[in-house]
Design a protein around this ligand. Sequence first.
Ligand code: GDP
Length: 313
Amino acid sequence: MIVVLAGGVGAARFIEGLVQVVPPRTITAVVNTGDDITLHGLHVSPDLDIVTCTLANLIDREQGWGIVGDTAECMSWLVKLGAPGWFKLGDRDLALHIRRTAMLNEGFTLSEVADSFRRSLGVAVHILPMSDDPVPTCVLTDAGEVHFEEYFVKNRARNEVRGVRYAGAEQAKPAPGVLDLIAQAETIVIAPSNPVVSIGPILSLPGVRDAITASHAPVVTMSPIVGGAPVKGPAAPLMRAVGLDVSAVGAAQAYAGLLNGIVIDTVDAGLAPRIEALGVQVAITDTIMRGPAEKANLARVALELAGRVTSSE
Ligand code: GDP
């Protein structure tokens, strides 16, 4: 059984590769919910929806988020009626948020909602939120502290980042099953996701780091930083703000003490000795997931690296 710690787009695309290499039912994605936000009275879970809809082949692949062919009728009416319009929600997208909120109000947990959605949409990979409790990621900027989505979407990542806080993490519990799954995993994969705002929240939950350290499974990741820059998204200012180098070395350092192996891009091959000096094994390949073949290759290389780590222990 493979446990994948997952953010949104980068993680979803990696898991699309993984399902080409191993049976989907043997994979569990533990997904970041630090980006979750209440909008128009609805519980929006961006990363859970990106992972679920990508694996259901319903995602708008140009954007990486949202549902393909979606319309924006409801949003335009919301704005007409005075609601904030900075976070775009398509009509089909809104159906997910309406149904999620209704189920939560009926007493279902976020884990139950996530499982119900993936079954309804025909996804065989198990999908678990990191927690059923709210742990909003707050970004401390030069203009004060804001929710991650306000920093990233509303303010378009223009403010200077001074720090990141996972609000309420100490009181939150990992979702039921998360710690047991980590304990029983044959392989733990940290997806090519933003280490600060996608994986950081998962690792901030009580017991998660200890469970990973105690597990006998190899822990491998792929650098989301290629040639000194993120493939996309706001990883650079966020990594800098927490003292990480914006490089494949920084990506390995982000998981210091947890990581056994990292896949880095061919363009970063020269960084391998610095990473190996940290006690982390390195595999080198083309890590840009352009299409199904590259996704499958990255998954295969990551699993081979996990096998290499295990046999050298
Ligand atoms: P997002 O914030 O919703 O996009 O979700 P993630 O946190 O999962 O993904 C963001 C990170 O994934 C970014 O730092 C990207 O650099 C990285 N990423 C996205 N696509 C790729 C890819 O094809 N290859 C690699 N190596 N990294 C990627």
